[in-house]
Each structure stands twice: as C-alpha cells, then as structure tokens.
Design a protein around this ligand. Structure first.
Ligand code: PEP
Ligand code: MG
Length: 326
C-alpha cells in the first residue's frame, strides 16, 4: 500500500468527477519538512509554531524564530505555508512557562488569550514572521479565536508590526502578499461568521478542539473517547453550515483537525463542499487515493441524508456507501 501511496504523489489531487481538492501538510518540526516532497502536499496548511517553542529551554528570541520561519518558507518554495501563532496552554505546555493551575485548562488561559494578554510575546513572533518573508507571500493564522474582537485585536498587533518594519527597513522589507485568517475551534465563533468573514482572508476549522467543545468531551481522555464520533449528524451539520457561509462570502475554508486525514471523514467533508484538507503526512496518500475514486456529485446527497439520522450509524452507513462506490 505504501508503494501505491507514494506512486500517487505526483498524480493530481482531483476527484473522479473533476473537482480539485488541495491536500496540505500539518507540520511543527523541521523534521516534518521532507514530507512536503515525499507526499506531494500542496503546501503546509497548518504550521504549529508552538512546537519549536515547546522543544526549547527558554522563549526563543526574534532572530532565532526568524531563521526558523525562513527555513520553513525556503523548504516550501512556491507552496503556501500557514503559520499559526503560538497556541500554548491546555495540553501544550512550555517547560519555562508556569501559569496558575486551572480547574479546566482546555477552557482556560491559553492560546490567543495568552497572546493578547502578553502582547510582547505575540508581537515578537509576528515581527519574526514578517522578517522571514520579505518580498514573499506570508500567511498568518490566529488560534482559539472566540470573538471577532479578539481577531481584530490580534490583527491590530500585526498591523503595528508591519508599520514598524516598513518604517525601519522600507516597503521592500514587507511580504509581497499577506493573508490573515483564523482557526475556527470555539463554537461561539460559528454564530459570528457574518461579522468575521468580511475581516479575514481564510478560515481553518480545527475539528480537534471544535468537536471537543461541541460534545463537552475532553479530546485527550481515553475513557470518554468512544462517547461520540466525529462522523455524527451534529458535526456534519456544523461543517455544512460553516462551509455554506464561507462559500457565500468567498472565503476559503480548510479543515486541519485529525478528521481531515482519515479517508472516510475526508469523504464526508469533501461531499459537504470542503476543498482544502490539512493533515499529517501519513494521511495524504490514503486520502488522495480515496478522493481520486470519489464522485462528489453522487456523494453529496447521500452525506446530506446522513444528517437526519437519529442514531450513531453515520460511520457504518458511510462505510457501506464508500465500498459500493469504489
Ligand atoms: C484543532 O484543534 O483541530 C487543531 C488543528 O489544533 P490543535 O490540534 O493544534 O489544537
Ligand atoms: Mg486546536
């Protein structure tokens, strides 16, 4: 099978009925970069910047960060890279960062909440990202946004850093193209999409956290891992609603949680209109193999029908459908 996946890497990522679907890589370590060529990924859809922060003994300086981000952009070449700003707290701890113990860390002081309360850290990171990309395209994404005003505040810090860079080094030091987006992983943001979508260039649905919060079910607790299935009417409906609004607004949507890298889940997502999936390297071959035999036109109605099921049979039904349809 591995040989079959590898043979697919230079084949187009297009469904049987001709719909292109971008398969991107989730990355965090330099070690992940060779996977770009090995898998034929269209780019890095999620670069988790907290990973190098976690692997160090102290907060990295702007210069260190800048060099790292530049290496990632160099490795990607013409392919896009989405840098997600620091997403620490909850399950991602920095050894040199000691916050107060919290009763509910997943709901606690984490991610963009820390970044907005300690803007010097976020500004240093944004400065490093800008300095890594003079004359290049730069994509920046903010994690765990739960209100439009948080996005606006983070975006303002980015604008301040862009102005600073331009003042100090001139317009040539700026990225040639800048795209700024947000993760959608807090349910409250779903009902702010009309206000959010006009302010962002792209959106990436983080199904790991979003589903954890939708089902009030700790994503890391094996005891309750079987309590829900991401292939459920509720999750399909949520994805459908988000995908529709993004399409209407003309804002590109990607999915970067674990579900995007599993063929059956990816089938459902593509049927609901998602056209960009970002996943670990191991997912790209299997998902590509699935989608190249997928007839989206035929799957759409079937997947929509699954949203009305009153029980937990979505996965099983979808598996039969997939077997029947190659
Ligand atoms: C997610 O929440 O789905 C996501 C991609 O982010 P992380 O897994 O890094 O929290
Ligand atoms: Mg997350």
């Amino acid at each position: 099978k591995l040989a079959a996946y590898s043979a697919l890497k230079s084949e187009p990522s297009v469904t049987r009925d001709g719909i292109p679907v971008d398969l991107m890589l989730n990355a965090g370590l330099l070690m992940d970069l060779p996977h770009l060529d090995e898998t034929g990924a269209a780019g890095i859809g999620l670069y988790r910047t907290e990973v190098p922060f976690m692997a160090r003994a102290s907060l990295p300086q702007v210069e260190d960060q800048q060099q790292l981000y530049r290496r990632i952009l160099d490795a990607a070449g013409e392919r896009p890279v989405v840098f997600r700003t620091l997403d620490v707290g909850s399950d991602k701890v920095l050894p040199y960062w000691h916050g107060q113990p919290e009763d509910n860390p997943a709901l606690g002081w984490r991610s963009i909440r820390i970044s907005l309360d300690r803007p010097a850290i976020l500004r240093a990171q944004l400065r490093a990202l800008i300095q890594a990309a003079p004359g290049r395209e730069l994509r920046i994404m903010f994690p765990m946004i739960s209100e439009v005003s948080e996005f606006v505040a983070a975006r303002r810090l980015l604008d301040m850093e862009l102005e600073r860079e331009e003042r100090l080094r001139g317009p040539g030091a700026l990225p040639s193209v800048l795209k700024v987006g947000t993760m959608l992983e807090v349910p409250a943001l779903i009902w702010q999409l009309p206000q959010l979508l006009s302010r962002i260039d792209f959106i990436s649905l983080g199904s790991n956290d979003l589903v954890q919060f939708l089902y009030a079910c700790d994503r890391g607790n094996p005891k309750i891992a079987d309590r829900y299935d991401v292939l459920s009417p509720a999750v399909l409906r949520v994805v459908d609603q988000i995908a529709r609004q993004c399409r209407t607004a003309g804002v590109p949507l990607s999915i970067c949680g674990e579900m995007a890298g599993r063929p059956l889940e990816a089938l459902a997502l593509i049927a609901l209109g998602v056209r960009t999936l970002s996943m670990t390297a191991g997912g790209i071959g299997p998902v590509k193999m699935m989608l190249r035999s997928l007839d989206v036109g035929g799957a759409e109605e079937y997947v929509r029908g699954l949203m009305d099921l009153p029980d937990r049979s979505v996965r099983e039904k979808l598996r039969f459908f997939a077997q029947d349809h190659g």
